[in-house]
Design a protein around this ligand. Structure first.
Ligand code: PLP
Length: 534
């Protein structure tokens, strides 16, 4: 492809993208495909000769799009939002065109410098502690853009681990590093994202996943007790990962209480604000940063809730040297002359190569302004509250957790199988896409406001879909329950068989497949008689 055909096809692509984003509703939000579907459509071998642009784009439409889950669809309410906006897409195009691999200042001076500027802008927008900003006089800290929140947690844990081992080596100079490592223990709540567990696994350290309070928040007293228990066993607490905005229910740990405990023991306190952290740009959410003065590190994902496209997770550390010490390897071929005067981001991240991600943050902030971004977040919060009020007005449902951000967690009152059936039917219908979660022993349905221009109509549509499906699920159950006292005749078994066919839960054996859709009394009767439906 040369420059002039790039312009031509580039225009076609812009048309395609714009049409795609404005007409996602014409496609099913979740694809109707099975694993391996694409292998049946795409040739076994790569083409020997060039394909035409037209044929590639035709295959995009015929082969790729049918297998896409449309995260930018108005009916997509799963997970958390995947940030998206035209300025961000355009900035990523420019980043791709520049094609720099900015691992050091010399490898792309503008890349490093713009990154340092936008992370300071963001820190100021979010009123983060001054110790995180490059621009603070005498600051030992600063920010960096990583690819994901998981990487942020991992590198912070590695930095904390390095610091803790070095401290222990002073106390036990003759002890082997592996022995010292075996003494380290980290903490998070049971609601913390699985990336914390993964970081501990990679870092080869113990992790305690602690119980939360009635608001699903980790409290200082729980942390303190766990640390004391571990200290009595000769273990050394070294790292705590708090969360603001947990994935399952968007709960917020009490960072101030955790901070006091960590400060007393010189334990590294990280806070993961992957989704909800974005809300800190709105002054009404500044209460969330209570206790942030204790943080050693913090991360949030503009690619979740700030209209910046994936991938983009921003992380700050109080003492950059601790991070750099944990990850610095310095071969000669990567050194350059102005090294002492600049930041070398390759020591802040696991990959050496780094994309020019700061461009998309810069484009987005400049295109919308802080106020535009605040309005976007506020709109999502308002819509979540609207949805919560619709749910609350229906006494068949309960809401779990507080509705503070753009996520509402709810369930049908009663056995978990009701809510399981509800979400299965909704997702199977493709009328909405929702994700489940579990809070202690309760199965819950999560509805996240995701579309960048979500409206009240979208919420009314979602509520109607959920309400109508709940009617079907509950009616079906009542019909079956009427049989509660009837003898287990062939007729009833036939009914159950039909019901189990409707239920369609392929991962379960036929018996469980059937039973989970019945009230406990019917389940007990079926179980005691060992009824199996084939
Ligand atoms: N932390 C929280 C609270 C999350 O909700 C998520 C993902 O949704 C993650 C971490 C992981 O994010 P990433 O995919 O950027 O690693």
């Amino acid at each position: 492809m040369n420059g002039s055909s790039f312009i031509k096809h580039g225009r076609d692509m812009l048309d395609y993208i714009t049409k795609y984003l404005s007409t996602t509703e014409e496609r099913p939000v979740y694809p109707h495909v099975k694993p391996g579907y694409l292998r049946e459509l795409v040739p076994e071998e790569a083409p020997d000769h060039p394909d035409t642009w037209q044929s590639i784009m035709k295959d995009v439409e015929d082969q790729i799009m049918p297998g896409v889950t449309h995260w930018q669809h108005r009916r997509f309410h799963a997970y958390f939002p995947a940030g998206n906006s035209y300025p961000s897409i355009l900035a990523d195009m420019l980043s791709d065109a520049i094609g720099s691999v900015g691992f050091s200042w010399a490898a792309n001076p503008a890349g490093t410098e713009l990154e340092m500027i936008v992370v300071d802008w963001l820190a100021k927008m979010m009123k983060l502690p001054k110790h995180f900003m490059f621009s603070t006089k005498g600051s030992q800290g600063g920010g960096v853009i990583q690819g994901s929140a998981s990487e942020c947690t991992l590198v912070c844990l590695l930095a904390a681990r390095d610091k803790a081992i070095k401290n222990l080596q002073v106390q036990y100079p003759d002890e082997d590093r592996a022995i010292l490592l075996s003494k380290l223990v980290g903490y998070c709540s049971k609601q913390a994202h699985s990336s914390v567990e993964k970081a501990a696994m990679i870092g080869f350290v113990k992790l305690r996943q602690l119980q939360t309070d009635e608001n699903y928040a980790l409290r200082g007293s729980t942390l303190l007790e766990a640390m004391k228990n571990d200290e009595e066993k000769g273990l050394v607490p070294f790292f705590v990962a708090g969360t603001i905005g947990t994935t399952s229910v968007c709960s917020c740990d009490n960072i101030e209480e955790l901070g006091k405990v960590c400060f007393e023991r010189d334990v590294w306190l990280h806070c993961d604000g992957a989704y909800a952290g974005n809300s800190l740009i709105c002054p009404e959410f500044s209460y969330l940063s209570k206790g942030f003065q204790f943080l050693d590190s913090f991360n949030f994902n503009p690619n979740k809730w700030m209209m910046v496209n994936f991938d983009c997770s921003v992380m700050w550390v109080r003492q950059k040297e601790l991070l750099i010490n944990a990850m610095n390897v310095d071969p000669l071929y990567l050194t350059f002359d102005k090294k002492e005067k600049s930041i070398d981001y390759r020591h802040w991240t696991i990959p050496l190569s780094r994309r020019f991600r700061s461009l998309k943050i810069w484009f987005v902030i400049r295109s919308y302004g802080v106020q535009g971004l605040q309005n976007y977040i506020r709109k999502h919060v308002q819509l979540a509250k609207m949805f919560a009020s619709l749910i609350s007005a229906d006494d068949r449902f309960e809401i779990l957790g507080q509705v503070r951000f753009g996520l509402v967690c709810f369930r049908l009152l009663g056995e978990n199988n009701l809510s399981e059936e509800l979400i299965t039917r909704i997702n199977d219908s493709r009328m909405l896409h929702l994700t489940p979660s579990r809070l202690n022993d309760k199965f819950i349905v999560r509805l996240a406001i995701c579309h960048p221009n979500a409206t009240e109509d979208d919420i009314n549509y979602a509520w109607k879909t959920i309400k109508d499906t709940a009617d079907v699920v509950l009616n079906q159950l009542n019909n079956v329950d009427e049989e509660k006292n009837a003898p287990l005749t062939q007729d009833l078994i036939n009914k159950i068989r039909n019901f189990s066919l409707i239920a369609r839960v392929p991962s379960l054996p036929p018996y469980a497949n059937t039973c989970r859709y019945f009230s406990p009394s019917v389940q007990r009767r079926l179980y005691t008689r060992r009824v199996t439906i084939s």
